[in-house]
Design a protein around this ligand. Structure first.
Ligand code: GLU
Ligand code: MG
Length: 638
């Protein structure tokens, strides 16, 4: 979630009182940056990945796996021994929402050469080894998207009771405040989202109906009026930010050569989000139950939905300015490049004053409406020491709003007075079990940006169709069952499109329905004769034109093979593999319940796979990996 401001958080009432101040100065800060660097051109694409981890402890006697609430101490040690000692340290560590979480990135961004693709996996291994070496006995660093028994009694170590009382940060019936990162930013976010919304957040995930699952499946919460009202039959009910932001993901950030290249990449990659999300599906279980979804996206979206009843359209507008159709964590609402304009078919709520101000300052309509849309949100936290800032040299107020708009893509202006360029962040992917898989997904996405730019590819379809794809992508087994809108002719611009401005061949102002069709992920990724060339074949022909050393080529081909086989169904997604593991577990009663023991066996297995102490051909294919490494202190003799 990024770097932290230090200091003392203001109360919600005070934060709210400063909302206009934060927005006003946030825009001024953005404008300073924009005017200073709008014409900056860099010649290399740089990029980096972010992996989020959970700390898991195994009790081999009780057959129980728990989340260890020691992320803060671990982070402190990692930073002390790493970046603070050596500015060229190969890893960087950052806090994440859960106090059982931590986030790791490479120490330096990767550059534009092909051989760097061959260093990604090594760096991820380094991170895993580095953090693992600091863990206690029987503890492991796991890259799992959602912890199956998150929110079940005793899921943390030390065990903590939830605090559903007045004064608690989330007031959750299930998720204790102790599981929230101790830095005040995180509990303040939790509390203020709840205050702003006027009630606890509500997450209802459809339950997977197995043979012995009660029909209807109903949980009762007689002791909690809010829960009793909010929980839906046949759904797994959750009531805290931690159920969403306590999940892990895999992200990639790119630095573009210029602002227009960043806008172009932002748009093109936005259409890819649902596709890669479905391909990376890794989160089928919630609060100890088997769900009917495979991806975390909607869960996080609901977990930070701070909209009031008025904003959600449940009551007439009285105290609020707008109806808002989405949560702060959701898919993007507008394309940013000129080519995207005609595909912007989603109603965009924007702060009209800010929009006018930005136009007057010389911004074009598309960028102005993007920023004015982000700025319909209130700041959720504000630190006493950070109210009055130097707008020409600081950007905290801009970042305050920007960094709490958690969308599928993020368009990131450079920080003030830095030589960092315009960046875009690709955010939909679920984290995979192994460094091999995580590298494969990252390399696939980065390569895709290379072909998008080299061949001037065009994936754009109406944004409302991308939103429909997002819904489909989260469903169980969407990777094989789902149909996704995708553009048929991705080379439409015939190599003439220019990043600055739009392909002149683009022609008509209205997108024609024939431009896109419903396709399976297999067709989109692997292609289908006479229908679609396929992204992997396009990447392969690009690779053939590149000079790549044998070793790097071999790694890349192995990565692409994984993606290819996940798309065709020859290999399983993590979500599917986890479902099968639970379905076959001797304790499983076909009632959609995941017990402590099942959770333990599953996580133990996940950790063994991650440490390569066991193979998993149905997930990974034949073992591709070159380096063998065993970095966990977990006793895997069971
Ligand atoms: N953990 C969040 C997710 O799974 C992302 C948090 C962040 O923006 O770093 O999407
Ligand atoms: Mg993060």
């Amino acid at each position: 979630m990024g770097l932290l401001s230090q200091g003392s958080p203001l109360s919600w009432e005070e934060t709210q009182r400063h909302a206009d101040h934060v927005r006003r100065h946030g825009i001024l800060q953005f404008l300073h940056i924009y005017h200073a660097v709008k014409d900056r051109h860099k010649d290399v694409l740089k990029w980096g990945d972010e992996v989020e981890y959970m700390l898991v402890s195994f009790d081999h006697e009780k057959k129980k796996a728990q989340l260890v609430l020691s992320g803060e101490e671990l982070l402190e040690t990692l930073q002390e021994k790493g970046e603070r000692t050596n500015p060229n340290h190969p890893t960087l560590w950052r806090p994440e929402y859960g106090s059982y979480m931590i986030e790791g990135t490479p120490g330096q961004p990767y550059g534009g050469t092909m051989s760097e693709f061959n260093t990604v996996e090594d760096n991820m291994r380094k991170r895993r080894r580095e953090a693992t070496s600091l863990l206690g006995e029987h503890q492991a660093l796991c890259t799992i998207t959602s912890f199956p028994r998150l929110g079940c009694p005793g899921f943390t170590l030390p065990e903590c009771k939830p605090n559903p009382v007045e004064g608690g940060a989330s007031k959750s019936l299930f998720f204790p405040d102790e599981a929230i990162n101790k830095h005040p930013r995180f509990s303040t976010l939790t509390r203020n989202i709840r205050h702003r919304r006027g009630e606890k957040v509500v997450i209802n995930v459809p339950i997977f109906k197995d043979k012995n699952t009660p029909a209807p499946f109903i949980e009762t919460f007689p002791e909690d009026e809010e829960a009793a009202k909010a929980s839906k039959p046949d759904h797994i009910y959750m009531d805290a930010m931690g159920f969403g932001m306590g999940n892990c993901c895999l992200q990639v950030t790119f630095q573009a050569c210029s602002i227009s290249e960043a806008r172009y990449l932002y748009d093109q990659l936005a259409t890819i989000c649902p596709i890669v999300m479905a391909l990376s599906a890794a989160s089928p279980f919630y609060r100890g139950y088997v769900s009917d979804i495979d991806c975390r996206w909607g869960v996080i979206s609901a977990s930070v939905d701070d909209r009031t009843r008025e904003e959600r359209g449940l009551e007439p507008l009285k105290n609020n300015h707008y109806r808002i159709s989405k949560s702060r964590y959701d898919s993007i609402d507008s394309y940013l490049s000129e080519c995207g304009e005609k595909y912007n078919d989603i109603d965009l709520t924007k702060d009209k004053e800010i929009y006018e101000q930005l136009l007057q300052e010389g911004l074009d309509h598309l960028l102005a409406q993007h920023v004015a849309h982000l700025f319909i949100r209130d700041p959720l936290t504000l630190f006493e020491e950070k109210i009055h800032l130097d707008d020409a040299n600081e950007s905290d107020h801009f970042e305050n709003i920007q960094s709490t708009n958690w969308q599928t893509m993020r368009f990131k202006p450079p920080p003030p007075n830095s030589d960092i360029g315009w960046r875009v962040e690709f955010r939909p992917m679920e984290v995979q079990l192994t460094d091999f898989e995580n590298s494969a997904y990252v390399v696939f996405v980065v390569l895709l940006t290379r072909v998008i730019l080299s061949y001037k590819l065009d994936f754009l379809i109406p944004l409302s169709k991308v939103d429909e794809n997002m819904k489909v992508a989260q469903k169980r087994d969407a990777v094989l069952q789902g149909l996704f809108y995708f553009r048929k002719d991705i080379c439409k611009a015939g190599g003439n499109a220019v990043v600055d401005g739009c392909g002149k061949v683009a022609g008509s102002a209205e997108p024609a329905a024939e431009e896109y069709a419903l396709m399976t992920i297999d067709t989109i990724i692997n292609g289908k004769e006479g229908v679609f060339p396929g992204l992997i074949p396009v990447l392969n022909s690009y690779l053939e034109t590149m000079e790549v050393d044998v070793d790097t080529r071999c790694s890349i081909l192995n990565y692409l093979k994984l993606i290819k086989k996940r798309a065709s169904g020859e290999l399983m997604t993590v979500a599917k593999w986890m479902r099968e593991f639970i379905a076959k577990h001797p304790d499983y009663k076909q009632d959609s319940v995941i017990t402590d023991q099942m959770n333990y066996s599953l996580l133990l297995k996940c950790n063994q796979i991650a440490n390569e102490s066991c193979e998993c051909p149905e997930l990974l294919g034949p073992a591709f990996r070159k380096v063998r490494y065993s970095g966990s202190k977990t006793d895997s003799s069971t």
